[in-house]
Design a protein. Structure first.
Length: 173
């Protein structure tokens, strides 16, 4: 019985060691950097930009990008992504009156846009692909959006999903 317990303990320690090595060697597949986010065209929740929700919105976008990168970037590869501008879908129309200063009006004349620079490298640091893109979707209201209507960033997330697919091909995982 003591031998059986010893074997179980040894197997458990070996498994924990393997998990720890795998976790320590696993590098994130993407690094997202926002370049001067306070100067982005439109990441706000009202006409009078207070910057109150900018960090929350950009944090949500970063989380979404990291999730997408895990689908499209192969293990061992690394994507360095610099976002230089964001223009959220819709706009504020304060001319509608004071009660509309905090209402984002979504029309096809206000498409989402994200400007970015990227560099994809392999495990050895060799550049596989790089470039700068100004991505936008002028048909954002005419296409099916898989995100819930109450998701503030649903159009920007869809825009990024399309960019990942167009830039890197089919999802790997």
């Amino acid at each position: 019985m003591k031998t059986f317990r010893f074997l179980l303990a040894a197997l458990g320690l070996a498994a924990c060691g393997a998990c720890a090595n795998e976790t320590m060697s696993a590098q994130p597949r993407v690094d997202v950097v926002y370049v001067n986010p306070e100067q982005f065209t439109d990441v706000k929740d009202s006409f009078a930009d207070t910057g109150r929700f900018r960090d929350e919105y950009l944090g949500d976008l970063k989380e979404h990008i990291e999730k997408q990168a895990n689908k499209y970037i192969s293990s061992g590869q690394h994507l360095a992504l610099r976002i230089t501008d964001v223009k959220m879908a819709g706009d504020f129309e304060p001319q509608r009156g004071p009660r509309f200063e905090d209402v984002r009006i979504i029309k096809d004349v206000y498409p989402p846009r994200i400007n970015l620079e990227f560099k994809l490298t392999d495990a050895g640091g060799k550049t596989l692909k790089e470039g700068a893109r100004k991505i936008t979707d002028i048909n954002f209201l005419a296409t099916i959006n898989p995100y819930f209507p109450d998701d503030t960033l649903r159009y920007e997330k869809k825009l990024l999903d399309d960019w990942f697919r167009d830039e890197f091909g089919e999802a790997k995982d």
